[in-house]
Design a protein around this ligand. Structure first.
Ligand code: FAD
Length: 306
C-alpha cells in the first residue's frame, strides 16, 4: 500500500524558563508545584541559577535532581566561575555530568565588591567554556546520553563593566569559538535593543542562536530588583503604570500585555525562542504564553518551504 505522506514537521521556537534553587524546604515544595505547571507547556529546558561561589550548591543539586528524576524536563544548570577554584569547578562539572545533566550555562558571575582574584580562579566565562569542553573530551567514553550543550550570556545593553558594545561582541565571538552552542540574553525592554545585538553578532560572524531573556513585567519590585542586579532599567512609563494600577489583577494585565508585545516583536524580528525569567512563579509566565500562541512562529523543518 502507498505510504501516507506525512505532514511536514514544524518546529516551535525554543522555550525555556529560569528558576532559582529553593532557600528552604517549604519553598522547595512550592517550587515543585511551579515546575509541574510549567512542565505542561513542554519547554526545551528549565534553567537552574546558581550563586557566585556556589554557596548554595546543595540546593542547586536538589532542584537539578528533582527535574531529572521526577519530570520530563531537561535542566540547564548555571555554572559561575568567580569565587571558585578551577579544581572546585571541575568537581562540580563532574558531579553534574554524573547525574545526567547535559546542559550548562557557563557564566562568570558578578564579582563581589573588593573581591581579589585568586591565582587558580577562572576570571571570565570563556575559559570556563573551555574547561567544560576539556572535561567533556576526557570523559567522552563515559558520557552516555550525548554531548554537553553549553550556553553563555549575551548583552543587548552594554555589560556594565564593558568599555563598548563592540567589546561585548568580541567577548561573545570568543565564547562561541571556545565551544558555546547558544546564548541567552540579559533582560531588555526595547525590541530594537535586542535587534541591535542580533545585528552586531551577525556582522561579527556569530552563528549560534541568541535567545532573548524576558521577564514577565507584572511586578514593579521585581523589575527594580532585576535592574539592581543587571543594570538594565525598566521603562519609567511601564513602571509608573504598574505602580499606579488599581489592583494586582490590573497590574498583571498591564505587565502581561507589555511582555507579550515585546515577545511578539522579537519573534517577528527572528528571535530563535524565548527564555522567561520566572522568579519561581508560574502564573505570569503561563499568562504570557497563553496570549502569545508560539506556534505562529513555528518554522518548517529543513527542506520544507516556509
Ligand atoms: P564574561 O563573558 O566573562 O564577561 C564579564 C565581563 O568581562 C564583561 O564586561 C566582558 O566584556 C569582560 N571580559 C570578558 N572577557 C574578557 C577578556 N578576555 N578581557 C577583558 N575583559 C573581558 N549570575 C549569577 O551569579 N548566577 C546566575 O545563575 C546567573 N545567571 C545568568 C543568566 C543569564 C541569562 C544572564 C544574561 C546573566 C546571568 N548571571 C548570573 C549574571 C552574570 O553572571 C553577570 O552578568 C556577570 O557580570 C557576567 O557574566 P558573563 O558570563 O557574561 O561574563
Amino acid at each position: 500500500p502507498e505510504l501516507e505522506r506525512s505532514a511536514p514537521v514544524r518546529h516551535r521556537p525554543a522555550l525555556s524558563y529560569e528558576l532559582f534553587p529553593a532557600r528552604s524546604d517549604v519553598s522547595f515544595e512550592r517550587l515543585r508545584e511551579t515546575i509541574g505547571h510549567l512542565e505542561a507547556t513542554a519547554p526545551d529546558h528549565v534553567s537552574v541559577t546558581s550563586r557566585a561561589g556556589h554557596g548554595n550548591l546543595a540546593r542547586v543539586l536538589e532542584l537539578t535532581e528533582h527535574v531529572l528524576a521526577e519530570t520530563s524536563l531537561r535542566p540547564l544548570v548555571h555554572l559561575t566561575s568567580i569565587g571558585s577554584t578551577r579544581d572546585q569547578l571541575t568537581t562540580i562539572v563532574h558531579a553534574l555530568l554524573d547525574r545526567g545533566v547535559r546542559g550548562l550555562l557557563a557564566l562568570r558571575g558578578d564579582v563581589p565588591e573588593g573581591h581579589r582574584l585568586e591565582d587558580d580562579e577562572i576570571p571570565f566565562a570563556r575559559p570556563l567554556v573551555e574547561l567544560i569542553r576539556e572535561i567533556e573530551r576526557e570523559r567522552t567514553a563515559g558520557l552516555a546520553g550525548g554531548r554537553v550543550s553549553i550556553g553563555v550570556a549575551a548583552y543587548p545593553h552594554r555589560h556594565p563593566e564593558s568599555p563598548t558594545t563592540s567589546h561585548d561582541t568580541e567577548v561573545l565571538v570568543a565564547k562561541e569559538r571556545a565551544g558555546a552552542d547558544f546564548a541567552i540574553s540579559q533582560v531588555f525592554f526595547d525590541p530594537e535593543v535586542y535587534c541591535g545585538l542580533l545585528e552586531r553578532s551577525r556582522r561579527a560572524g556569530i552563528r549560534m542562536p541568541i535567545v532573548p531573556g524576558l521577564v514577565p513585567a507584572t511586578n514593579p519590585r521585581r523589575l527594580e530588583r532585576l535592574a539592581a542586579m543587571s543594570g538594565v532599567e525598566p521603562p519609567r512609563e511601564l513602571l509608573h503604570r504598574l505602580e499606579t494600577a488599581a489592583d494586582d489583577a490590573e497590574r498583571r494585565r498591564i505587565g502581561v500585555r507589555s511582555t507579550v508585545d515585546l515577545a511578539r516583536r522579537v519573534l517577528d524580528a527572528g528571535a530563535p525562542g524565548l527564555h522567561l525569567f520566572t522568579f519561581n512563579s508560574h502564573a505570569e509566565a503561563l499568562d504570557v504564553l497563553d496570549h502569545l500562541d508560539l506556534d505562529r512562529w513555528s518554522a518548517p523543518s529543513q527542506g520544507e518551504p516556509r
